[in-house]
Design a protein around this ligand. Structure first.
Ligand code: ADP
Ligand code: MG
Length: 324
């Protein structure tokens, strides 16, 4: 057990791997008489993340989402409260964005070679895309709360929470730390972040947003009890015939997004919402994405590929947030 001692707050770091990526938690430990049981906390954080990965991993055949997808019929399927919460968050963002975000996009993700395991790097048969589109859309989902259960209207509907699960995990760890009595910390899973309180030295937490072309930092977000998530077409894509095919699929067409929007960063009260909205705005593209951000007062920073490098566009809510 490690304890923060002395009269000055001390910063403690927890790190590890989860959901196919890394996580980090930075805690400002309270000084003096309230020692932090770091090892116990580390284990609780790791166990909670492992539990969430065992629900949402599309790479694990025994995960809750994989079992939902593999069941044969259209009967009610009992799920965990976390599963239902992520489903509700997904459907809510789907409705807000006219279906740009859609957790039923999984079969198209697989068809385009971005699913668990294989990467095909080929253009699929348009008829196959059309066939899978028929099983896409949150209208194919029904759910109930007690006991939590989900049902699909057709047996070929599949769920994929990859675009929201990391953000959701950040929120759950944020809560766990809050319930442990901590007042100041930063939680990050795979680049999605949520903060509470301030740095040990009293400054706000600040998150750097990297340029999509890796050429440095596009800006810094001062995070005061808020979350930030980024979705980009630059980390996971393939090129074919001079075009770039991203792992983010437009659920309205069944094709990967193919516009000049390189990345979207969203600031929101919760990381799950920031994560889902970042993916949705990436699908919508620079024009419709910014329109929606203005209309719904979403704090968004869009990095657009222009002739001369990357052009950064900020929504009004984003500007208000960073105090411009
Ligand atoms: P990253 O994993 O790079 O953080 P995202 O949060 O944008 O990126 O999630 C991308 C993943 O979400 C894809 O790999 C795919 O599994 C899934 N996905 C792709 N398109 C959509 C979409 N339109 N709506 C919801 N999920 C999507
Ligand atoms: Mg996302």
């Amino acid at each position: 057990m490690l304890a923060a001692c002395g009269n000055e707050p001390e910063t403690l770091d927890l790190r590890g791997r989860t959901m196919g990526t890394s996580y980090s938690v930075r805690i400002v430990a309270p000084p003096g008489d309230s020692p932090v049981a770091l090892e116990a906390l580390r284990q609780r954080v790791a166990a909670r993340l492992e539990g969430l990965d065992s629900l949402f991993s599309t790479y694990r055949p025994d995960s809750e989402v994989s079992r939902f997808n593999a069941q044969p019929g259209v009967e009610w399927f009992g799920v965990s409260p976390d599963f239902l919460a992520v489903l509700e968050q997904s459907v809510s963002v789907s409705q807000l964005t006219g279906g740009a975000f859609d957790a039923t996009v999984g079969p198209l993700v697989v068809l385009w070679g971005f699913g668990a395991g294989e990467t095909s790097e080929r253009i699929p048969d348009p008829e196959e895309v059309g066939r899978l589109l028929q099983a896409t859309g949150s209208a194919h989902l029904q759910w109930r709360e007690s006991p939590p259960a989900v049902r699909r209207t057709r047996p070929d509907v599949r769920l994929d929470f990859s675009a929201v699960a990391k953000g959701y995990a950040v929120d759950r760890i944020w809560e766990l730390l809050s319930e442990a009595g901590l007042q100041a910390y930063l939680v990050e899973v795979g680049g999605e972040v949520r903060s509470r309180g301030r740095h040990a030295d009293g400054r706000d937490w600040s998150i750097g947003i990297e340029n999509p072309d890796g050429s440095g930092v596009a800006g810094a977000v001062p995070l005061r009890d808020a979350a930030v998530a980024t979705s980009g077409d630059y980390r996971n894509f393939f090129e074919h015939g001079g075009r770039r095919y991203s792992h983010v699929i437009d659920p309205r067409t069944g094709w990967p997004v193919a516009h000049n929007l390189a990345s979207v960063t969203v600031v929101s009260p919760t990381a799950a919402r920031a994560d889902a909205l970042a993916t949705a705005l990436l699908v919508l593209g620079p024009v419709a994405g910014m329109e929606l951000a203005e209309h719904e007062e979403i704090a968004a920073l869009l990095a657009v590929r222009a002739d001369e490098g990357i052009e950064v566009v900020r929504s009004s809510a984003y500007q208000a947030f960073i105090g411009d």
